[in-house]
Design a binder for this molecule. Structure first.
Ligand SMILES: Cc1ncc(COP(=O)(O)O)c(C=O)c1O
Length: 415
């Protein structure tokens, strides 16, 4: 960063501080990960300078021959990776990808059926706080109040009653496998489209560790920066028939010029995600989450659904009598990063909810395995159960320091 460090010391210092924070802490927010250096380099490239409204071969600007090559590579790699007929790699984020799908498939006033936000759904799936709920009617399905598992029968019954035009599956804080086939069958039964938003679990699906949504949905969206380990952004995939309307909805529907530097980084990430190492790491991500969950259970913590099949765990903090925000703050004070999260039927507000969401993608990228998860899990339990105990804090900080020196990340970045 020799230019940045000379020309803008304030921004340089903030970036450097952030690198140190990532290097010196345990990143356990399940939607975060470490990209490869190749992905970072593609993002910081001159592709940023190019306007390329349109699609490969059909741009509204001249000089796009190299950008076309980049975007075509990204599209072809996405299609190969996910075994799908069509991919649009331009969405700037998961939210934009979902918006584009709604624009492509729905008319204003059509009904969307999705999982309640507090039960694990995502804001962009039609929560009241999102503009989506102003353009479309929204109905929700829920998890079972006892088991906190998806209530598939209720989902079907709600679909039959509500007659939605679109059913959304794929969630933000649901730790269990999703039966995409069941949801797809319900969608067909009520003549609705099925959108599977696999943002959280894309990497697990590629590794064959989670039921595949590809043949069980009309449209798939995924972010590229979570388990996929790519740049911040998203992709939409679908059957060929839907391609023209989805392309039109992305550009010019909701976006202008595509971020070709990010698209290049997506292409790099797709190439990396097809490798044996990536697949092995995804399997390890789940093993790590399960080892962590078991440590929590052994210490008497309450986990939503009793455990995990995926990369994430949702802890119900009510028995410990601390809030999600307090828990996240205690952990952060020891350089362990998790995020506060609502739990099903939460009576507390989203800015200070009753849950803590914690996951293993980033630690697994660093090379940690089950034995480290057990030690980290124990330290987290000690902190959550004894929030005012200074000895546990000192011990946890020491443990973090030891682990980050044993499993360094980005040590080739010379900031
Ligand atoms: C299931 C799901 N969909 C969409 C998104 C939105 O992604 P973005 O933050 O890139 O808009 C998220 C983000 O956490 C998510 O969990």
């Amino acid at each position: 960063m020799k230019h940045l460090s000379k020309q803008d010391k304030q921004i340089y210092q903030a970036v450097k501080n952030e690198l140190r924070r990532q290097q010196n802490g345990l990143v356990m927010i399940p939607s975060e990960n470490f990209t490869s250096l190749a992905v970072l380099e593609a993002m910081a490239s001159v592709l940023n300078n190019k306007y390329a409204e349109g699609y490969p071969g059909k741009r509204y600007y001249s000089g796009n021959q190299h950008v076309d090559e980049v975007e075509t590579l990204a599209i072809n790699r996405a299609k190969k990776l996910f075994r799908t007929e069509y991919a649009n790699v331009q969405p700037h984020s998961g939210t934009s990808a979902n918006l584009a799908v709604y624009f492509a498939l729905l008319k204003p006033g059509d009904k969307i059926l999705s999982l309640n936000l507090t039960h694990g759904g995502h804001l962009s799936h039609g929560s009241k706080a999102s503009l989506v709920s102003q353009f479309y009617k929204i109905a929700h399905y829920n998890v079972d109040p006892i088991t906190n598992l998806l209530d598939y029968d209720l989902l079907r019954q709600t679909a039959l009653n509500e007659k939605p035009r679109l059913i959304i599956s794929g969630f933000s804080s649901y730790p269990r496998k999703i039966n995409f086939k069941f949801i797809n069958d319900v969608a067909k039964e009520v003549s609705a489209y099925h959108l599977a938003d696999i943002s959280h679990i894309a990497g697990l699906i590629i590794a064959g560790e989670h039921p595949n949504a590809i043949s069980q949905a009309d449209v798939i969206t995924t972010t590229t920066h979570k388990t996929l380990r790519g740049p911040r952004g998203a992709v939409i995939m679908a059957k060929k028939e839907l391609a023209p309307q989805i392309d039109k909805a992305v550009f010019p529907g909701i976006q202008g010029g595509p971020l070709e530097h990010i698209i290049a980084a997506k292409a790099v990430c797709f190439a990396q995600a097809i490798t044996y190492k990536f697949i092995r790491d995804q399997k390890q991500t789940i093993k790590n989450a399960q080892a962590l969950a078991q440590t929590f259970i052994n210490n008497g913590l309450t986990l939503i659904t009793g455990g995990t099949d995926t990369h994430l765990i949702l802890i119900d903090l009510r028995p410990l009598k601390i809030s999600g925000k307090e828990a996240a703050d205690i952990l952060a004070s020891c350089n362990i990063y998790a995020n506060f999260n609502v739990i099903p039927f939460d009576e507390q507000p989203a800015n200070n909810p009753s849950g803590l969401r914690i996951g293993t993608p980033a630690l697994t990228t660093q090379g940690m395995k089950e034995s480290e998860m057990k030690i980290i899990g124990q330290a987290i339990c000690d902190l959550l159960k004894n929030p005012n105990n200074t000895d546990f804090k000192i011990k946890a900080k020491g443990l973090v320091a030891e682990l980050v020196s044993k499993f360094p990340i980005y040590n080739k970045l010379k900031y």
